[in-house]
Design a protein around this ligand. Structure first.
Ligand code: ZN
Length: 333
């Protein structure tokens, strides 16, 4: 494992470093922010630093001591990583119960015990309730790090017992500077926009076939909206893809159409490579239609966030039918 502090995480890091130096680290941290900002990197960096046994460390783990070597080899006995098991997309209550038991044991290396829970919103109610007891009666030298993207709110009882640490997208220039150090993609400005300003997500997009897929999804979307595409087939393809991102893009197309109708500066349009198609489609629609479509997409996003086990294809079919009807109905009137 490589732990690394990203350039846009300095203020969060300085805040925690000061708390650590003053020996007033909280018992629980809640790292929040949209996906692709490196919250996991941050949690790893912080954990390795706290666990590092070098007495002279100042603001960085030494990478050399016994604890650092164990941590970097994913083998530190006082670091517990709780994530959903692969097939099931929820963190189960059994995992939390086991964690609580592990946290009560004395640390083999005599330092901090750290539990990392990601994504925190994938815990179910039973898991949250179980975790709550630990948050209410924390053991000394124990740190819980909960990581969450902002799509689904966590229970207030959990949030109120954690110190929040917010992560926002960096400025476009800082994001691009970092992205250009990692990749020499010719469309880096577009990538960063498509990733809603998240540099790690932009990098992921540059390395995968996601951009080609987006072009395909855009063509599918236009066909469906014009009553030509096969909704069932398109829904099947979308359900198989990076669904969260696809819906984000779908939403961004409609938002861009609103922006284009309002004649905003082209720099504010996210899908700057598709302006012509978007403009021509937007000219056939009115604001009511566009806003109704945006509402439907956002409701679908919410549905996928709150229900992880629903039939994705069916929900997407319903969304596409809804969009199609919205567009056709108002045209007829
Ligand atoms: Zn060390």
């Amino acid at each position: 494992m490589q732990t690394q502090l990203l350039p846009w995480q300095q203020s969060q890091w300085q805040q925690l470093l000061l708390q650590w130096q003053q020996q007033r680290l909280p018992h629980a941290l809640l790292l929040q922010g949209q996906m692709g900002l490196g919250k996991q990197n941050f949690a790893n960096y912080l954990s390795q630093f706290i666990l590092c046994q070098d007495p002279n460390k100042i603001d960085k783990a030494c990478d050399q001591c016994h604890a650092c070597r164990l941590f970097l080899a994913y083998n530190h006995p006082d670091f517990f990583r709780i994530t959903p098991t692969k097939k099931q997309e929820l963190i189960k209550v059994e995992q939390i119960r086991q964690l609580i038991q592990d946290l009560t044991l004395t640390s083999p290396l005599g330092g901090y015990t750290i539990a990392y829970i990601h994504p925190a919103q994938s815990m179910n109610t039973a898991a949250f309730n179980s975790l709550l007891k630990t948050l209410e009666e924390p053991t000394p030298k124990t740190l819980l790090i909960l990581v969450s993207d902002t799509s689904k709110p966590l229970p207030a009882t959990i949030v109120s017992r954690c110190q929040p640490l917010l992560f926002a997208p960096p400025s476009q220039s800082l994001g691009l500077q970092w992205l250009r150090q990692q990749s020499r993609h010719p469309q880096d400005v577009l990538l960063l926009k498509l990733a809603a300003g998240s540099p790690l997500l932009a990098l992921e997009l540059s390395e995968t076939e996601q951009l080609n897929l987006r072009t395909q999804l855009f063509a599918d979307c236009l066909a469906v909206m014009q009553g030509q595409g096969n909704i069932v087939k398109v829904a099947e393809v979308w359900a198989e893809t990076y669904l969260k991102l696809s819906l984000f893009w779908l939403l961004s197309w409609f938002r861009d159409m609103v922006a284009l109708k309002l004649q905003v500066a082209e720099g504010q349009v996210i899908n700057c490579d598709q302006i012509q198609s978007l403009q021509s489609f937007a000219s056939q629609l009115n604001f009511i239609q566009l806003y109704q479509c945006i509402d439907q997409i956002m409701q679908t996003q919410q549905l996928f966030t709150t229900h992880t086990t629903i039939n994705k294809t069916m929900i997407l079919e319903q969304l596409f039918i809804g969009l199609q009807q919205t567009i056709v109905e108002v045209e007829v009137e």
